[in-house]
Write a protein that binds this ligand. Structure first.
Ligand SMILES: [Zn+2]
Ligand SMILES: [Zn+2]
Length: 408
């Protein structure tokens, strides 16, 4: 007999099964085996996300209606609006980077916030939201592609680079964007996925499998299922492990390694001053910044564009190799490495955003202009491919050859 309010679920990182009782507000539950946060019960699960999402959404028009940034040098002034941050990326294959910017900065955050505001708004009115299942799925999938915080750091880096050569004017849209990023991050932090699923789809159900009966965990709503096919709670398709095994992360990794060569050999941008073009590679840019004694910026670019991508590729290769050899030295350490790899994935995009912004902003007729180089496309592809490699790696594979998962 299960106690009232009990629910069967599992740890998405090590597959340990748990029968959880009713949790108190403010309580945090961690997996005993791998330390993954199973859930944190927020004190205000409904009001905080709704208020924050509405506040963030209300800033959206302000970001697009006013001037974002302007620079002036020698009597020449250039100003851009927020949507024009992609204007330097319209030719050739640069539109791929521009698409990434438009999706990660504008479209996905808007869709995500509308979904959050709609779901929580309906719940606040006492209604069960319609189409909750696909909306929750979209909200879950969009998370890894949101780039607003990375872009803000990229903007700050670009501004520090420019400030030595030109005066900068901050438009109303810039301040609205800074506030938007803070509110959006606060919204995402306050959203409790388990609460949302519980309110929209009903509570997790208990399962009573026969001894040695395989269970089918749902990676979206965390319901354990006795039958394969579709989740009985959220209708998502069920898989014991992420599709593709080790082949998929390895394929993404191999493509990233191949593209990392042109990303470093070709220039990432070309600066033309008074008609003299000066192409610079990623590493060349870091060296130049160091020589100009811009140590903090040189360090940020070095960490984001050189250290992190290489460390990420080595980490994914190491994870795949140890799983393949079935000899995880320390599953806890390997899981921690996986978490870090997944977390830092987006941050390598800083240099690409710096180039995009400089190319949009520095267009001073006859005096100076910046154009993106082919490495911007290859490097953006490397970042996306390593993100896909980390996302397609299933950390439960690390634990599969340890002691069998048991009920907690
Ligand atoms: Zn775990
Ligand atoms: Zn489900």
């Amino acid at each position: 007999m299960s106690q009232p309010g009990a629910a069967d679920t599992f740890c998405e990182e090590c597959n340990q099964h748990y029968r959880l009782g009713r949790a108190r507000a403010g309580q945090s539950l961690k997996c005993r085996r791998c330390g993954h946060a199973l859930r944190h019960v927020p004190r205000q699960p409904l009001q905080a996300p709704l208020a924050l999402a509405i506040a963030a959404l209300s800033l959206f028009p302000l970001i697009f209606c006013f001037s974002f940034l302007g620079i002036s040098q020698g009597g020449n002034t250039t100003a851009i609006e927020f949507w024009q941050t992609t204007s330097g990326l319209t030719e050739g294959y640069y539109y791929l980077v521009a698409t990434l910017l438009v999706l990660g900065l504008m479209l996905f955050p808007l869709i995500d916030l509308v979904i959050i505001a709609y779901l929580y708004g309906q719940l606040a009115l006492g209604h069960k939201p319609e189409h909750a299942k696909p909306l929750l799925l979209v909200h879950h999938q969009l998370r890894m592609w949101l780039m607003v915080d990375v872009f803000l750091i990229g903007v700050l880096v670009a501004l520090v680079k420019i400030t030595a050569y030109a005066d900068i004017q901050f438009g109303l849209s810039f301040w609205a964007f800074c506030l938007f990023v803070c509110l959006y991050l606060a919204t995402l932090t306050s959203v409790d996925r388990h609460y949302l699923y519980q309110q929209c789809l009903g509570p997790l159900q208990t399962v009573n499998p026969a001894p040695n009966q395989p269970l089918w965990p749902c990676s979206h709503c965390h319901q354990l299922n006795l039958e394969p096919g579709r989740c009985r709670r959220c209708q998502a398709s069920l898989q014991q492990r992420k599709a593709g095994g080790l082949e998929r992360p390895l394929a993404f990794l191999l493509a990233a390694v191949v593209l990392y060569i042109p990303a470093n050999v070709h220039p990432i941008m070309t600066t033309s001053t008074l008609g003299v073009a000066e192409p610079s590679t990623i590493l060349g840019g870091v060296v130049l910044l160091w020589q100009l004694e811009d140590y903090p910026i040189a360090l940020v670019i070095f960490i984001a564009s050189v250290f992190v991508p290489i460390a990420k590729m080595i980490a994914i290769a190491w994870l795949c190799w140890t799983v393949y050899r079935r000899q995880p030295h320390s599953p806890q350490e390997m899981t921690r490495m996986y978490r870090i790899t997944e977390f830092i994935g987006r941050w390598s995009m800083i240099d690409v955003f710096v180039v995009a912004l400089l190319a949009a902003l520095i267009q001073i007729q006859g005096l100076a202009n910046v154009t993106p180089g082919p490495a911007a496309v290859s490097f953006a592809a490397v970042v996306v491919l390593t993100m896909l490699a980390a996302a397609s790696f299933d950390p439960r594979l690390i634990w599969d050859h340890c002691a069998d998962a048991s009920h907690g």
